[in-house]
Each structure stands twice: as C-alpha cells, then as structure tokens.
Write a protein that binds this ligand. Sequence first.
Ligand code: UDX
Length: 463
Amino acid sequence: MRVCVIGTGYVGLVTGACLAHIGHDVICVDNNEEKVKLMKSGQSPIFEPGLSEIMQSAISAGKIQFTTDLGAGVNHGEILFIAVGTPPLPTGESDTRYVEAVARGIGTHLNGGYKVIVNKSTVPIGSGDWVRMIVLDGIAERQKTLVPAGGVRDDEQLPEITAQFDVVSNPEFLREGSAVYDTFNPDRIVLGGNSSKAIAMMEQLYAPIVERKYAEDQSLPPVPVLVTDLSSAEMIKYAANAFLATKISFINEVANICDRVGADVTQVAKGIGLDSRIGNKFLNAGIGWGGSCFPKDVAALIHTADDYGYEAQLLKAAVSVNERQRLIAVEKLQQALKILKGKTVGLLGLTFKPDTDDMRDAPALNLIEQLNRLGAKVKAYDPIVSQSGLRDGLTGVLVETDPQRLADGCDALVIVTEWQQFKTLDYAQMAKLMNHPVMIDGRNFLDPEMMLRAGFQYIGVGR
Ligand code: UDX
C-alpha cells in the first residue's frame, strides 16, 4: 500500500521504516531539511536498536523515501499518518499546534482520491473529530486559492474540490530502546474510527504484522486487533500509560515502606508479581518514571478529567509519589554522607532509561538540580551521553568519559540508569578511587553482596 508518514520522531520514523520493511511504499515527510538529508543517507537521527539497518535495507529496496515536501507525501499516500509531537504545555495540556498545522497542510494538498488520515500522535481525547474539521478547513483554504487570476470572487462559483477521507486513531505503544521489536511483536493493535472502509484499509496495512510474519515467535496466534470508536482508542493510549505509571508509583511506595520496616521490595515484587492478576512486569522500584510519554500522558489525562469537572485523585497521587521518588537518592545520600555541601556525587547513567539517548524528563535532571542546590559537585558517566554532543547541553554536571574517571574523588556514586554494562564495571578498583565508597543503587540493579565485597557501602531502594 502507499503510505505517507508525517513527522519523523521516534514514532513516525519507526512506523515508516517498519511499514517499508514489510513491503509498503512509504514516504516520510519532515520539515527539518538536515534531518531529511541524514535519513536519505540511511542514517537514523535517533539512537534506536535495529532502526538504521531496516532504514538502509528499505532504501536499497526502493521502499522508502524522505522529503520535506508535504504535498508530494499527501499525493503519494492512500494512508497518511500524522506522527508529529504533542509536547506538554506548562498546564499539563498537550500542545497540539503541530498536529493542527499538519492536518491543515493535508487539507490544502488533498487530491481527488480517498485517503485514510491516521492519528498516530498521542492526542487529547476528542481529537479525531477535531482533525477532520481542520482538514476540512485546509480544503476550504485551498478552494479560495482556486479563484481564477483576475476573476471576480464569487463564493458560489468556487471550483469544487472533491476530497474524500476518514480519520482513524491508531495509538502506538512503542517503548524507546525496543521500538522496532515492539512494532513487529505488538501485544495488540488498536484502531478507532467509524468508517468500515478506513478500518479495512488499516487491517490490510497491518496484515503481515497481525499474522506475525516478522515476529520473533511466528507460531504465536495472530495479534489481536481491537476496533473501537475514535475516543475510546484515544483513551486506551492514555489509560495504558497512566496504569503503568501508577503501577510503578505503587511499587515505589511499597519500597519506601519496605525501607522503614526492613523488608526487601525486590522479593515483595516477585511475590506479588506471581499472582497472574498482578503480573510481574513494571514492578521494579527505583528513582521514578520519566521519559517522553508517562509524565506527559498522565498530566494530560489529569487535565482532561479536570476539563470535564472530575478530579483524577489516584493519578495525581501517582504523580506526587513520583516527584518525591525522583529525589529519593538525595535523601539516601544525606543519610550516608550527612552534609552534601562540598561533597562530590557521581551519577552512573543520565538517560531516562537504558538503550536510548533520550534525556526528556529524565530523573537525572532533577537529581543534578537538587544536588547543586545543596552545594554538592556532580559528575556523571553515561554510555551514550558521554560520547555524544548531548553532554554539551547539560549544566551543573561534569560529564566524564569513563567510569573510572567518574569514581575518582567521589564521595558517593548513584546508579541512575540501569545500563547493562554497569553490571560488570570494575567496582573494586572504583571503590579505591573514591573518598567514600558509597553506592546508592537507584534501580536495585546491582548485587548487594558483590558490592559489599568490592568495598562499597551499598544502599538500594526498599531493600
Ligand atoms: C512507555 C510505554 O511503555 C510505551 O508503551 C509507550 O508507548 C510510551 O511510554 P517508554 O517511555 O519508552 O515507553 O519507557 P518504559 O520502558 O515504559 O519506561 C518508562 C519509565 O518507567 C522509565 O523511566 C523507566 O525507568 C520507568 N520504570 C519502568 C520503572 O521505574 N520501573 C519499572 O518497573 C518499569
């Protein structure tokens, strides 16, 4: 099928590349020329395992193109994905101006053929109908430009643009760091809309994925496809992320109680996770959730509820537990070192989770700010940030190029991100380079006994 993906952030680029990989003809549109140039050469502007490989093979197979020309993309696609950002406004609402600009742009370029316009961006509930309206606005704008030059304006005489389209909501559930894997191995596909023609086209688009042709385990039954109305599909995205964020805040709260009563939250998580009604995933206690989705989506859902006169008390509590949890490492540092003024703290990891270069809403940022406020000197090592230009954008922290240099002269280390390579660092050597070998394991990632043997005072979260 002919597909156009507008916006090449995490969601757009992964979607475009994966759809090209399974045989569709894809054009990705982005208004950033530099980025388009980079992608044309087969390079991904984001760090995402497996992405450049499938981009390159799709480019060689002639299945994917990149352009800044929205008109060309709209002309090409029978399915048009809107995958631009919806960053949070200070109020917690999503900023939908990019979605609006794209929807209007689509309207001004629509030609005669039938198109399915797909909302892939996480948009406020009710946006499906709003997008339809904006596209119609775009069509009306173009109609006005069709008045013959020098001709008298007469709205009755405007040439008719026959554009037929339907809007579908198709939320993504991709995790950064495993976005390509998640696209080929989804738990479900959600399609919201009221046009059976549009839904049938979307089912055709995803058929190879539904049939698990590109899945790790091809013997599994087909991927469930859930067809709903527009608003329910939009709500599913928010509810899924809000549930997961709440689940983490729940286990973090349990961890804080464990700390006080002397229980071990890792064993408690195992014990409750074996109950199939609870499940063992997303029960790792630590320094709180961050990233581009959870904070933004939970805030947006609270805001939407508020707009409709309902106070989302549980979600607000999940947020406030998380805000406190992000500073739990500071509390633990104070318990271990007492005064932090003049002390040096080394952070192992900066990104909001491993296998990504994403620093959006990363707990590390709150930690750095708070430690600076208390007069501590902050150093950090991160496998990706330390090697990239990202380090230049950080203030209040000295980014070191390797873990040994990080440890040198530190009064304590904090595991902020559970990068796999942090399991096997030479901790005994690092302990020798430190003023005080204190290890705050903000992700309960290391083996406490191994750390004791390496000469560290080990402090986890709730264990
Ligand atoms: C999330 C959702 O998982 C995905 O479905 C959605 O589309 C986008 O948001 P992502 O932001 O990539 O994906 O990260 P995820 O792996 O879900 O982790 C989110 C945050 O929760 C991270 O800060 C992570 O460190 C934290 N987390 C996760 C925990 O603290 N404990 C856990 O047990 C799991």
